[in-house]
Ligand binder design. Structure first.
Ligand code: 26Y
Length: 824
């Protein structure tokens, strides 16, 4: 096995203990006699960290010697969650740690839960990046992640009187997983002006001068693969004041406060993650973050390339850079600037290298999420980059003109520059033009981008530039780590844990769908996971829920397009129904717990109102004696990766109910099904492919189809828009003040009744409620339910991020894994 070829600091329980105690006593300078859980965590983390470092160094050395192509994944978000459990499982020594900690008087779960989540992301896009890093390392690809080292990750959410309150997430006071590289720094320039002149040899020189310099400092995080000696690197940049002479001069000339203020301003760049997902705000500091991180990463990559002394034309054979959405698009421009202004290549030769190097992944079709930066802002902050953007646009439009002569409309439609007031740079267009491949993240989504937002570009470049790579999730974290008992049960049936490396092996589980004992154990594990979640709910909210009830869960960022409002209106509808039932009818109903979780962007009022309504409905329903256990409504505060690991394995049903055509993929749908939960969902994003894989009889589908959405919206405005009568009753109840001041929720109601119901809540309401009734009926037959659950898990092999990464490697990066040879 892999353990043979990794020299390690410990290989057994005793050695683990020795190393952990040594760290507690020396590194942390604590006596074992006052060692609390926090110190036990720190000692354990440091012991495992030592283990990783050895393989990490070797991996980097091996990749340098192999001197082959590397992948660079540029993402402004990496939603990593906790690292210790993952490190233990990937290294394969969790049991040694468990026994060792037990002897020291600690339960391993308590120790693990001391760790602060690394929450450097908002939601799906950031978590996808984290799953990709896990797969890249597990599959032995030579890959680096590049991101920003935010001092504050996504805010912590508290619920106060039903309202979301944001608390800063300062997470760095003890972080054993990062290594500051004070010797790896890059100076990044902002502002200034462009000087074009002819030098003494008659050569045209373009130089970006003056302005201000901020220094990027590298912090490296080891990324261990599962069952392999590969440990890749995630490099996060932190900003600090440049230590150039300029600042010393300031200090020495008595401008002490000014110098400190400069320092503060520099550090601000990497201070905070922007908490908006799928909602663009156009803030200058965010643009500064983007350039700071892109420029630092590219100069780092170029520096590494240059060490190999290859000609520039080889660059795309050595380097593949993937843009995680448009957030890193300035990297395209910076690369072109490096090659032309700094390295002296001809424009065309440089541009050929750039486009062969970059790939762009699109994660959304929502217009409000498409990045645009104002021309005046770019002119001010990055004057040379704006010129290069104009040149890229000029050459591109000339090319379009040749292919589509006289189509002036086409030219203005595809121009990188939107002729608005002020003019705007369309980052998605720049990313397409600067890349050799553009991909969507699920089949429907990839089709939609080709037929809607990017359809002109398909005409220009042909269809082959556009492709699909359906998202995936890592089964190591989302099955093995989050649901160890289910993973163990599966391994006992399949004969090994090999399925964690080849998830398609799960299909062998189908043989056991009639195995009584197996089914019983399967159901028991689900129940135990529900008990664990019920415990968490009690501690976090004070609400006591019955683990025998059907757990219906919707956890994700709060967004109108994800339609948590549809869910909570459905809950109110159910509440009305229960109130109208006779005791005999109530007896027949399956008890249900409706569980919500998710953060609203701090400036997104509609989303905050949805959270408020969920909490107020909970207050009423949970205390209504007529209802009892039949319905409970819970909002779990501060949904994050480590909470997801508790919540997801505990679902009977999870909700993926976005308006058709709006959710690019969704990835929690995959996580829930992989953990034996069934789903209620629309035909949107990856729900469609999940249905194809696991079978229609195992999914509760409802609602209008993507192709009908446009017409429905049109009818809302120009036909006569009739709100569903059952939904009207829900609104009546809200308006009566049943859930407190009705004015607090009027925006939610009027969005549907008066403002055209853009997200089709009313259109889908009846179908949603009917499908929920079907779920009640189906749940009554537990045997059939468990059959569906097992069958679904058995058919989920496709959705591993390993498959997804292999597709990127084959179709976009053109790279093979680096084989890890056993050492003698
Ligand atoms: C421009 C800025 C405000 C912005 C910041 C974050 C825009 C978008 C985002 C995040 C987007 C995101 O998380 N998208 C999700 O990506 C997942 C991974 O591909 C998809 O599964 C999911 O459907 C999509 O909403």
């Amino acid at each position: 096995t892999w353990r043979k070829f990794s020299a390690s600091s410990f290989k057994s329980k005793d050695e683990f203990q020795r190393e952990t105690v040594r760290h507690i006593e020396t590194t942390l300078a604590r006596s074992l006699y006052n060692c609390d859980e926090k110190a036990a965590y720190s000692g354990t983390a440091l012991a495992f960290r030592d283990r990783l470092i050895i393989d990490w160094n070797k991996t980097q050395q091996r990749q340098t010697f192999a001197d082959q192509k590397r992948i660079y994944y540029l993402s402004l978000e990496f939603l990593m969650g906790r690292a210790l459990d993952n490190a233990m499982l990937n290294v394969g020594l969790k049991n040694s740690a468990k026994d060792g900690l037990a002897e020291l008087g600690f339960r391993i779960e308590d120790v693990i839960s001391q760790e602060h989540d690394a929450a450097l992301g908002n939601g799906g896009l950031g978590r996808l990046a984290a799953c990709f890093l896990d797969s890249l390392a597990s599959l032995n690809y030579a890959a680096w992640g590049y991101g920003l080292r935010y001092r504050y990750g996504i805010f912590k959410q508290e619920i106060d009187n039903g309202y979301q309150v944001e608390i800063p997430d300062y997470w760095l006071d003890f972080n054993p997983w990062e290594f500051p590289r004070n010797d790896v720094t890059i100076d990044i320039q902002f502002y200034g002006w462009v000087n074009k002149y002819t030098d003494e040899n008659g050569k045209q020189i373009t130089s970006w001068q003056d302005g201000e310099i901020v220094t990027a400092v590298a912090y490296d995080v080891p990324i261990p693969g599962y069952g392999t000696a590969t440990v890749n690197n995630l490099r996060l940049w932190s900003s600090r004041a440049s230590s150039g002479e300029f600042d010393f001069a300031k200090f020495n000339s008595g401008e002490y406060e000014g110098a400190v203020a400069d320092e503060q301003r520099a550090e601000t760049i990497s201070a905070v993650l922007y908490p908006n997902d799928n909602m663009e705000r156009g803030k200058e500091l965010r643009l500064k973050q983007q350039y700071f991180w892109c420029a630092a990463s590219l100069h780092d990559i170029v520096r590494r390339f240059k060490k190999s002394n290859r000609p520039w034309k080889d660059f795309p054979d050595q380097v593949a850079i993937q843009l995680n959405d448009t957030h890193p698009t300035l990297a395209v421009v910076e690369m072109q600037r490096i090659l032309t202004d700094l390295e002296g290549l001809e424009w065309n030769q440089a541009w050929d290298i750039v486009t062969k190097t970059f790939g762009y992944t699109n994660h959304t079709v929502l217009p409000e999420a498409l990045e645009k930066w104002s021309v005046p802002l770019l002119q001010h902050l990055l004057p040379r980059h704006l010129q290069i953007i104009y040149d890229i646009n000029l050459y591109f439009l000339q090319q379009v003109e040749r292919r589509f002569p006289k189509d002036r409309d086409m030219l203005s439609r595809v121009s990188i520059i939107e002729e608005s007031q002020p003019k705007m740079v369309r980052m998605a267009y720049l990313a397409i033009i600067g890349s050799h491949k553009v991909n969507g993240v699920a089949e429907l989504h990839s089709d939609l981008i080709k037929t809607t937002i990017f359809k002109d570009f398909v005409k220009i470049y042909g269809p082959d530039k556009f492709t699909n790579v359906t998202n995936g999730i890592t089964p190591r974290r989302w099955l093995h780590q989050a649901n160890p008992r289910l993973s163990e049960l599966i391994a006992s049936k399949l004969g090994s844990y090999e399925f964690l490396k080849d998830l398609t092996l799960l299909n062998k589980l189908e043989k056991f769908v009639d195995d009584k004992d197996f089914k019983k154990e399967w159901a028991e594990i689900k129940y135990a996971n529900k008990v664990r979640l019920a415990q968490h709910i009690l501690t976090a909210t004070g609400i006591s829920v019955n683990p025998k009830a059907l757990f219906d869960i919707q956890v994700k960022r709060i967004h109108e397009y994800k339609r948590q409002q549809l869910n909570i209106f459905g809950v109110i509808h159910r509440y009305i129904a229960i109130k109208n039932m006779s005791p005999a009818e109530r007896k027949k109903l399956a008890p249900r717990v409706s569980i919500f979780g998710g953060k609203a962007a701090p400036g997104y009022w509609m989303a905050k109102t949805i959270i408020h309504l969920i909490n107020k409905v909970g207050d009423v329903v949970n205390n209504d004696k007529d209802v009892g256990d039949l319905l409970k409504v819970v909002f779990i505060p501060d949904y994050n990766v480590s909470k997801a690991e508790i919540i997801i394995p505990a679902s009977d049903i999870s909700e993926h109910i976005s308006t058709a055509g709006t959710e690019a993929s969704g990835t929690s749908n995959m996580k829930f099904v992989l953990n034996g939960g069934l789903v209620i969902g629309t035909l949107d994003g990856a729900n469609i492919e999940i249905t194809r894989e696991i079978g229609e009889q195992n999914v509760f589908l409802f609602g209008n189809l993507s192709e009908d959405v446009e017409d429905l919206r049109h009818n809302h405005f120009y036909g006569n828009h009739q709100v569903d009568p059952e939904l009207m009753k829900v609104f009546d109840m809200i308006k009566k003040g049943t859930f407190g001041d009705e004015g607090a929720f009027s925006s939610l109601v009027s969005a549907i009744v008066e403002h055209g119901d853009y997200y089709l809540v009313s259109d889908d309401f009846n179908s949603y409620c009917t499908t929920q009734d079907l779920i009640d009926e189906t749940y009554k037959n537990q045997d059939e339910w468990v059959t569906k659950s097992i069958t679904s898990v058995a058919r989920m092999g496709f959705f591993t991020s390993d498959r997804c990464i292999n597709e990127y490697a084959d179709t976009i990066w053109n790279i093979e894994p680096l084989q890890v040879k056993e050492e003698a």
